[in-house]
Design a protein around this ligand. Structure first.
Ligand code: TPP
Ligand code: MG
Length: 895
């Protein structure tokens, strides 16, 4: 029976009465079981609330293991051999970093993250993470990026990576190749699957990956399995808003295929995560409040006897009181210190440990370093149904590094160990390396026939192969899809449509196609109506794991809001980051699932590259495929919306992403050519590229594609002559570049110049400055490296080689965009663009404000002709008056 004398201290409660309450509760628990006891508590809580007492809800449980020792179950592995394997991995991981930094101390690397995560990883590798096989899709595992030395080190024991590769950790350019610092599928495409090192990305990616896996199942595209998505995060990492930003989506969607493991070593890079608080409790409250199953793994098995004695909850209470800064201090202090500071606050606590020697107190283990506790938590998470699980595992940062880093604030960047420190580490983990070898810090792999290697191999075989392994298993598409795009090549016959509408028309066609129809994944962050996509709601439905539990208000209309379990559209709500991670899941399914899903993510262009670029960078790293469509793009196309919405930036922001093709098309046929060719490149030829296409909401008649056979090629390469000057004999000649929203202003200027000023101008549609720029720098590079060969000529230069006259480029983006290619343009090029903040206004006023309308194109052309000595300044001055241009108008860049 419990001795409740601690409770007796609560003022106003009769100790005897309290004792009876406890006994009654214990009786229910013992006789009826935990479920009945929980219900009883629920009822009492309800009653309290009804009587106005409360609030009774607390999101936290005591600071103890969620799974008590008696419910822990047995550990099925050979604990001793697993410990030896883990120790070897620890050693080699440490050796990699230490050795690399001996050669070049600037190389860096991390020891302490893996040192704290080793047990968390190893229990997963030995017992849970299933490889991808022909029969089973396998688990998806996001591994904490800074722990990569541990993952490499395991792969070394597995015989997958050579000692040479380990030697060249962080030295990828060595002749024999090396290992990338962090998980990068771009750099190690047969190994890493998911980049995790920009912190906060992988938790969000994992949630949407788990959701996408369900989507594929509900749509019948892949079989239902019990595959899991595991995400290993740092506790410091949870400060990134993306980390916790979508946890309610995971519970709302009942993603019991998702398991987060948060390595709570209480430290981040500079110091404690919550020195003055408790990160585990904070995270528990957040996840529990969001509806997750939370499993705390705080204390190792050597604490079990202490908790057994703790019938009054005194120890739990004491441990719950200490802030993390104090807990961290215990790691670096002596056993006597632990006795005094943890147990010394209460004689009853001291009594609990009176027979425990100081040394044992000092080394009391954290739960996250105890394979039995970790196994129990993983098993419970694996078996849990109905909601996602988060495991909060207490560990020590730099575990095993002793004086040289264990639990110290400097530990994150510790990468050098002296001989004494190495010796201590070696002895602590029983690594068979002699003292005289320590200075060299060699890698160690036991012989193939050793029990360690045999065990490790057998475990992985049992679990379906090595993790991580990246393998592309999808088969290329076969059709050419000409028929889908044909109608868009012939123009709209006077009907005014926007490029967005034209694209949606193409999407509708693609959705009907027998080969790609079911593979198309339309993704929208609450903007479908903005882009006129609502007709698709009805055509293919909006994905909802619950179907539609209500009658939509607009059910009587043709285009009602149809949600369905097999709905195809991912209507993400207002989350560009979440949508992007859906895009990533769909755009990498060719590797993850061997399924060629083709994502079309359409969103407000200003909230894409500007807002979520780091996810886009990660997508490129992952060799993601698909189409991103920046809607209502262009600074002056989107009337009314003003400074925050009008996008003149995204094509510049698209520049750094090496695998992204960025297009700014003006006409339906241009989009058709780009999308059709994109599908071919990505899904037939297997190129690891993806597309960014801006589309607008300005409606106009779509012309047919010019009949010149070079046009298609030109569209894809970045420019083609859209309309030649009528009067080729004129002395006054010009080449005008226009793109996207501004192309029509340029065409208008061509007419004004011809009619009013006798200037014969050719008009070029520049569909991609980025493509021209890449072609230019690639050509220059080739020439540089081949000085004796005939120099190659950039595509843009070829186009202008015998194009006469002055050159003017106008864009709805920054002037820097056309300027990217100016050095390959044979003559000076005048540039008009939209630098500065947007304004709430109509299109005409905006184009005047930003000086990109047909009048400014006309003026710029005349000015260039004057500079060229072809016309008098007075002609230009008169033109300014005739065109109604205010020379004292505000400068859009600074206004
Ligand atoms: C977005 C981002 N910001 C900063 C960093 C630099 N950084 C790398 S590790 C680290 C600390 C990690 O702490 P935690 O998440 O607690 O992981 P631990 O190493 O303690 O397991 C920081 C700040 C990063 N990788 N990504
Ligand atoms: Mg940490």
């Amino acid at each position: 029976m419990a001795d409740n004398s601690s409770v007796a201290k609560i003022p106003g409660i009769d100790p005897q009465e309290m004792q009876e309450w406890f006994e009654s509760f214990d009786a229910v628990l013992n006789e009826e079981g935990p479920e009945a006891a929980t219900l009883l508590l629920d009822r009492l809580r309800e009653r309290a609330l009804t009587l106005g007492v409360g609030p009774a809800f607390t999101a936290n449980t005591p600071y103890v293991n969620t799974i008590p020792a008696e419910r822990q179950g047995i550990f099925p592995g050979d604990q001793e051999i697993e410990r030896r394997i883990k120790s070897l991995i620890r050693w080699n991981a440490l050796a990699m970093v230490v050795r690399a930094n001996r050669v070049d101390h600037s190389i860096g690397g991390h020891i302490s993250t893996y040192a704290s995560a080793a047990t968390l990883f190893e229990v997963g590798f030995n017992h849970f993470f299933r490889g991808r096989t022909e029969e089973f899709e396998g688990d998806t595992v996001y591994l904490q990026g800074h722990a990569s030395p541990g993952v490499y080190s395991r792969a070394f024991l597995e015989g997958r990576l050579s000692a040479k590769k380990l030697e060249n950790f962080r030295r990828e350019l060595r002749p024999d190749g090396g290992l990338s610092s962090y998980p990068h599928p771009w750099l190690m495409p047969d190994f890493w699957e998911y980049p995790t090192v920009s912190m906060g990305l992988s938790p969000l990616m994992a949630i949407y990956q788990a959701r996408f896996n369900r989507y594929l199942e509900y749509r019948g595209i892949k079989p239902k399995t019990n595959a899991k998505v595991w995400a290993f995060l740092g506790d410091g990492e949870t400060d990134e808003p993306e980390s916790l930003g979508a946890i309610t989506l995971a519970s709302r969607e009942n993603l019991d295929n998702l398991i987060f493991v948060i390595n709570c070593n209480l430290q981040r890079l500079d110091g404690p995560v919550r020195g003055n608080g408790k990160i585990v409790q904070e995270l528990e409250a957040a996840f529990r409040g969001a509806g997750w199953n939370v499993i705390k793994v705080l204390w190792g098995s050597d604490w079990d006897p202490l908790f057994e004695q703790d019938t009054e909850g005194l120890l739990a209470k004491r441990l719950g009181e200490m802030v993390d800064g104090e807990s961290q201090k215990l790691v670096v202090e002596s056993g006597a210190y632990v006795r005094e500071h943890v147990f010394g606050t209460d004689p009853r606590l001291l009594k609990m440990v009176e027979n425990v020697p100081d040394e044992a107190l000092r080394t009391l283990r954290q739960g996250g370093h105890d394979p039995r506790k970790v196994y129990a938590a993983y098993k419970a998470a694996f078996e849990h149904s109905g909601s996602p699980t988060v495991i909060l595992a207490r560990t020590i940062k730099g575990y095993g590094l002793g004086e040289s880093g264990e639990g110290r604030n400097i530990t994150h960047q510790q990468k050098k160990l002296n001989e004494d420190e190495l010796r201590e580490f070696r002895s602590r983990f029983g690594i068979p390396i002699n003292d005289d070898q320590l200075a060299d810090t060699p890698f160690y792999r036991p012989p193939e026939e050793s029990r360690e290697i045999q065990y490790l191999r057998a475990r992985r075989k049992e679990l379906g192969g090595y993790v991580p392994t990246r393998k592309v298993r999808s088969k290329p598409l076969v059709a050419d899809h000409d028929a889908l795009f044909r109608e868009f090549l012939t123009g709209s016959e006077g009907r005014e449509v926007s490029t967005t509408m034209a694209f949606v028309g193409m999407l509708r066609q693609m959705l009907r196609d027998p080969e790609i129809g079911k593979l198309v994944v339309p993704i929208v962050p609450d903007e479908a109506r903005t882009f006129g996509m609502e007709s698709l709601f009805r055509q293919v439905g909006i994905y909802s794991s619950r179907g539609q539990l209500y009658e939509p208000v607009d059910q009587h209309t043709l285009l009602y809001y149809k949600e369905a379990k097999d709905g195809q559209i991912l209507e993400e709500g207002i989350t560009e980051a979440g949508s992007m991670t859906s895009f990533i899941a769909a755009g990498t399914a060719y590797a993850t699932h061997g399924i060629n899903t083709i994502p079309f993510f359409i969103y407000y262009s200003m909230f894409g590259l500007q807002r979520i670029s780091d996810f886009i960078w990660a997508a490129a790293d992952m060799r993601c495929r698909g189409f991103m469509l920046g809607g209502t793009a262009g600074r002056t196309t989107l009337a009314g919306e003003g400074l925050q919405h009008q996008d003149g930036n995204s094509h510049i922001l698209a520049l750094p992403i090496p695998t992204m093709w960025a297009y700014d098309p003006a006409f339906a046929y241009e989009i058709a050519v780009i999308v059709q060719d994109g599908i071919r490149r990505m899904y037939k030829d297997g190129e690891n590229v993806f597309y960014y296409i801006t589309v607008m909401n300005e409606a106009y008649a779509m012309p047919p594609m010019p009949s010149d056979p070079g046009v298609k090629d030109g569209i894809l390469k970045g420019m083609y002559k859209y309309r030649a000057a009528a009067d080729k004999k004129s002395k006054l000649r010009a080449q005008l570049f226009g793109s996207g929203a501004i192309l029509r202003e340029v065409i208008k200027a061509q007419e004004i110049l011809a009619e009013k000023y006798g200037v014969a101008a050719d008009v070029w549609s520049v569909t991609s400055y980025k493509a021209l720029y890449y072609d230019g720098i690639n050509t220059e590079r080739w020439n540089l490296l081949h000085p004796t060969e005939k120099p190659r000529v950039p595509y843009v230069t070829q186009n202008l080689s015998d194009a006469p006259g002055v050159i003017v480029a106008a864009t709805d983006y920054l002037k820097a965009l056309p300027n990217l290619v100016s050095k390959w343009i044979p003559r000076h090029m005048a540039t008009l663009g939209t630098d500065g903040f947007g304004r709430s206004e109509g299109r005409e006023a905006l184009r005047n404000f930003f000086e990109v309308d047909s009048r400014f194109v006309t003026l710029a052309t005349l000015y260039e002709l004057q500079q060229d000595g072809k016309i008098e300044a007075s002609v230009v001055e008169k033109a300014i008056k005739d065109l109604g241009i205010d020379t004292e108008k505000a400068n859009p860049l600074t206004a």
